[in-house]
Design a protein around this ligand. Structure first.
Ligand SMILES: [Zn+2]
Ligand SMILES: [Zn+2]
Length: 340
């Protein structure tokens, strides 16, 4: 039971960290405001005021200003997973006769991921400046709901092109703003969303490849040591076959680091796969995360007011799946005919 409790605590911590991380990466500004508010309310009576100020400053520095913290954390976690994979899983699997092509797949994927990660971090997401402002005003029509022709960015002092948004972290307006991603320390907008999608796909692929090889290795070990055929004597003195929990426990005691790495990798994979699928849904329906989030908030608001049939956001930018995908691959940014 000790093992089970330890593993459940580990799972709970991993899930909590990943959920918070993904929340931050999607809508960092709104989440920060809400979390900061709740945290302040809870800790205020028990934590000295000076410490509260320090905590708030650290959170502010990490979330509301461009910071390399999450970028470095992301690389450290990857090094930890790949270190364990290279140190134990790879050589043991090689001894068991696994094919080189399968064992090398995670390394090929990490190279692809690093390339797209670099592009996401360094490429301009679509900064709106006085020099390109007039061109970008012509790209999308105003829907008269989320985007109004009269809106002006109070910081940049420029009329907001439809689908743009001022990023408070980067302090600039972004064309077809999706979100500010703390993991790449950059905005995701019209010009780098394609790299972001490929980054998500390769990152999910990495987690899937490492997880699959590790599971195959552990299954092979369990079969070779006949763990699945082991028996134990129950309270009635009868010999009964052991269950899956016993096998996992034995493997955990034999390969603790591999099991921890596998647990983290599987959780990462499921969360990333869900997040990637969500982004592909947005691509196919021609929505940004920002629009989807505002739309959901608007639905919630109208449901609360029992007027769900009025003022719902109609997505006028949806022009069919193929055209929507083309728009991501080749973003609109020049003097073209206005898109609906
Ligand atoms: Zn602005
Ligand atoms: Zn930004």
């Amino acid at each position: 039971m000790d093992f089970l409790i330890l593993f459940l605590i580990y799972l709970a911590v991993c899930i909590s960290c990943m959920v918070v991380a993904i929340k931050f990466s999607r809508q960092s500004q709104e989440c920060f405001a809400r979390i900061s508010h709740h945290v302040t309310r809870v800790i205020a009576p028990v934590i000295p005021q000076r410490l509260q100020i320090i905590v708030q400053l650290i959170l502010h520095r990490l979330i509301r200003q461009r910071s390399s913290f999450f970028l470095v954390l992301h690389l450290v976690l990857e090094i930890a997973v790949y270190g364990e994979y290279s140190w134990e899983v790879f050589p043991y699997s090689l001894e068991l006769g696994f094919r080189h092509s399968i064992l090398l797949l995670p390394y090929i994927l990490v190279l692809g991921k690093m390339y797209f990660f670099y592009l996401c971090c360094t490429k301009d997401p679509g900064t709106i400046s006085p020099s390109n402002h007039k061109q970008l005003l012509k790209v999308y029509m105003y829907d008269g709901n989320l985007y109004q022709q009269s809106h002006v960015c109070t910081t940049c002092k420029l009329a907001k092109p439809a689908r743009s948004k001022h990023c408070r972290v980067c302090n600039r307006c972004i064309h077809r703003f999706d979100h500010h991603c703390v993991w790449v320390n950059n905005c995701i907008g019209a010009l780098n969303i394609r790299y972001f999608l490929l980054y998500l796909v390769t990152l999910s692929g990495m987690a899937a490849a490492v997880g699959s090889v590790t599971i195959s290795f552990l299954v092979q070990v369990a079969l070779m040591s006949n763990l699945h055929q082991a028996m134990y004597v129950n309270a009635d003195g009868e010999q009964v076959p052991v269950g899956i929990l016993y096998i996992v426990q034995r493997l955990f005691l034999t390969f603790p680091r591999i099991l921890f790495m596998l647990g983290f990798t599987l959780l990462t994979f499921f969360l990333l796969a869900g997040y990637t699928a969500f982004h592909f849904y947005l691509v196919m329906t021609n929505q940004t995360s920002n629009e989807w989030y505002k739309h959901m908030n608007s639905c919630q608001c109208h449901m609360d007011n029992s007027r769900s049939d009025k003022h719902m956001w109609g997505n006028i930018y949806h022009r069919g799946i193929i055209t929507n995908v083309k728009e991501i691959i080749s973003p609109e940014r020049r003097n073209r005919k206005k898109i609906r």
